[in-house]
Design a protein around this ligand. Structure first.
Ligand code: ADP
Ligand code: MG
Length: 683
């Protein structure tokens, strides 16, 4: 039996109630507990004798209880329990709050270890609500773990439980990194690492353990991604022939492509002309012109006689792509359809039928495209726009709609190349590192609530020049409804007041698609002067005449998001402005505003974002296809990451699917940890 896989309730003393609490922090099995790492440590000094305590502070002491517990009611709801402790050098008063059960364990003459805040005053020593242990063995560690908790679960209980599990079951953990790798990189073994990450005997040992766990986590992830990549590139894809008509299309565009766009189009063309299915990420800052690259690629598919599909994360964006597509493809005899959650059932039926029969060349849509019912005749190119809004899995479900189709994913999330390699390790990466000519730097300013009148005055001036503005409502929570409320409030107030002589629009995620469309169209054709919006406009929306982006309560947004939102302006020839109304007092919020005012460069902003928040937040929830990293920090551990990438590359070159004996453990671990993830991707 594999104890590690047993439910945490298997451990004595863990009943259903405690198990539930543990489940709240994602501890379901014994193994989960071992891998639930401390968020920090507390240094405990050595045991001190009472006469050595010269000033108040945290201490670990050992005393004999000299009196039975006395109960005092201080006021309603607060009872204090007191007794006296003694060691050979002195006395101390001990008190606890609301802990009647202690009466039964703090017996007179019993020896107890106490750890906590000791107060020294003229009346002697007092320790209040300390941690207590009766068994010395539990306290041989002077560096104690601090875990993230959940309501109802305390530090002491979790520490005790972890200690117990390590004592009893650490030997069941098998090593999975082969010895040759451990030797080469001087990595400790897993039992040592787990023991010393929870209860380090010294700082040095904790660091050694941490290094191992970071290395391991990055190695497993990187190997898993490389294996996926190998699997994907195994099958043969459709071979495209370059069509002259595509060049004609490029020549017919209202602008000429930037050098960066040309390079990327070239890279894509090469992929399409080879028999390996394309699997490429196009990364380009907001406004760098990714859409047209997608539209060019789709034509390659169509002119070769195949179908193509483009998936976007929001209905607004899908709609916009659809309209742009229709406009640019005018006169080309290409049949394009739009499929979203709010496509009328009857229309939907027809589109589905046409897709299956091959009467539709290109379909553009939202998540609706990956539903079961959607079938294609010969889908050979799938494109996801704003990939960071989708999971790896969704991308792959999408890809399965075709037979080894070419995959192109686009993202504006600018991340350093090394990070791109690990996050999108299964993809080749192209970068559009240039904006179309004539773009002006978006001037960005910080402001505060009380100066809002000035901000609105400024908007009016721009409107008089013919421009338009966005006012983005604060993100209240991860909840569309609450965000909608705040947007509605702002809309109601400015419509009646500052902007009563102008046309004000409102758009949020809870609106019907038809209404959204109408509002967006009015904004696009310039009828609406000010558009109040939630973050539904965060990605992709393109209205070049809009020149002002006001973000209310900007402290509620992360840097990456602020940058995305700002990217909605500065998309045309006009000088554009972004005003961040920051009502937060936190240094982080202020720092963000400062960074935003200093630079327009997405790469710099991404780096800063990683520094401030750590990639867990930056990518973690968004990249839901990729398991959350527990120990590694892609920014802080960049050096280890580079080492790991090199090694992982060597390993898969030598043995693509880790089939040799020495990689047995690694392979098993990867399958266990990433099995689902790999399964979803493999073709
Ligand atoms: P993003 O990369 O953020 O998706 P878009 O594809 O929406 O950017 O492009 C932003 C704007 O730039 C659009 O109005 C588009 O028509 C325009 N654009 C794209 N490429 C060029 C170019 N080479 N020259 C001029 N304008 C361009
Ligand atoms: Mg875009």
């Amino acid at each position: 039996m594999d104890i590690l896989k047993e439910s945490i309730q298997y451990i004595k003393g863990v009943g259903p109630k405690r198990a539930n609490l543990l489940n709240n922090i994602q501890i379901h099995t014994v193994k989960d507990l071992l891998y639930y790492f401390p968020r920090d440590y507390e240094m405990r000094k050595n045991l001190v004798s009472l006469n050595k305590i010269n000033k108040s502070g945290k201490y670990l002491i050992k005393v004999i209880i000299k009196s039975n517990m006395e109960e005092n009611k201080v006021r309603k709801g607060l009872k204090v329990y007191k007794c006296i402790g003694e060691d050979p050098t002195g006395k101390i008063r001990i008190s606890f709050f609301n802990s009647p059960f202690l009466k039964n364990i703090f017996h007179k003459d019993r020896e107890v270890y106490l750890y906590g805040e000791v107060k020294k005053s003229f009346s002697g020593l007092e320790i209040t609500h300390p941690e207590y242990k009766f068994n010395e063995a539990e306290y041989t560690n002077h560096i104690m773990p601090i875990y993230n908790l959940t309501r109802g679960l305390n530090q002491n209980d979790l520490t005790k439980l972890t200690y117990k599990v390590i004592q009893e079951h650490i030997n069941c953990v098998d090593e999975y990194i082969p010895e040759c790798i451990r030797k080469e990189y001087r990595i400790c073994d897993i039992k040592y690492a787990l023991k010393n990450i929870h209860f380090p005997e010294s700082i040095e040992k904790m660091k050694i353990s941490k290094y191992r766990l970071v290395f391991e986590e990055l190695l497993l992830l990187q190997l898993a991604l490389f294996m996926v990549k190998n699997q994907i590139s195994q099958g043969k894809g459709v071979v495209f022939k370059h069509e002259k008509q595509v060049d004609n299309f490029i020549d017919s565009l209202p602008f000429s492509l930037t050098k960066a766009q040309k390079n990327v189009v070239e890279e894509i063309k090469k992929d399409l002309e080879s028999d390996k299915p394309m699997n490429r990420l196009v990364q380009g800052d907001v406004g760098s012109g990714k859409t047209v690259v997608a539209l060019i690629s789709l034509l390659e598919a169509v002119f070769n006689g195949y179908q193509g599909a483009l998936m976007a994360p929001t209905e607004i964006l899908a709609q916009q792509h659809y309209e742009g597509c229709i406009k640019l493809y005018e006169g080309l005899n290409v049949k394009v359809e739009l499929l979203t959650g709010s496509t009328r059932p009857k229309n939907k039926e027809r589109i589905l039928d046409d897709l299956k029969k091959g009467n539709v060349d290109i379909v553009i849509g939202t998540h609706s495209l990956i539903q079961d019912k959607v079938e294609f005749k010969n889908l050979a190119l799938v494109i996801t726009d704003e990939q960071h809004r989708f999971g790896v899995n969704q991308r792959n479900v999408f890809a399965k709609k075709g037979i080894n189709p070419n995959i192109l994913v686009m993202t504006a999330t600018p991340i350093p190349r090394t990070l791109a390699l690990i996050l999108y390790g299964d993809l080749d990466v192209s970068i559009i590192d240039e904006l179309p000519p004539g773009r002006k730097e978006i001037k960005t300013y910080g402001s505060v609530e009380k100066d809002k009148a000035k901000v609105y005055e400024f908007i009016k001036k721009e409107i008089q020049k013919g421009r338009q503005a966005y006012v983005v409502a604060p993100l209240v929570e991860e909840s569309e409804t609450l965000d909608m409320n705040s947007a509605t409030e702002i809309y109601d107030s400015i419509k009646e007041d500052y902007f009563k002589d102008y046309n004000v629009g409102l758009v949020h995620g809870k609106m019907k698609n038809k209404d959204k469309e109408e509002v967006m169209n009015k904004f696009k054709n310039g009828e609406t002067h000010v558009l109040v919006a939630t973050t539904v406009i965060e990605v992709g929306v393109n209205v070049p005449n809009a020149s002002i982006m006001v973000i209310e309560n900007s402290e509620r947004f992360g840097l990456a998001q602020l940058h995305q939102l700002r990217g909605r302006v500065g998309r045309g020839e006009y000088q554009s402005y972004c005003i961040l109304i920051n009502n937060g007092k936190s240094p982080v919020a202020r720092e963000r505003v400062e960074i935003m005012t200093k630079t327009n460069d997405g790469f710099i902003i991404a780096e800063e974002d990683l520094k401030i928040r750590g990639p867990g937040e930056f990518f973690g929830t968004i990249q839901h296809g990729i398991p959350q990293l527990k120990m590694a920090n892609l920014f802080r551990h960049m050096k280890i990451l580079k080492l790991v990438q090199k090694k992982a590359e060597m390993i898969v070159k030598e043995d693509s699917f880790l089939e040799s004996k020495k990689y047995e453990g690694l392979k098993k671990k990867i399958t266990n940890e990433f099995g689902k993830f790999i399964e979803n991707i493999s073709l």
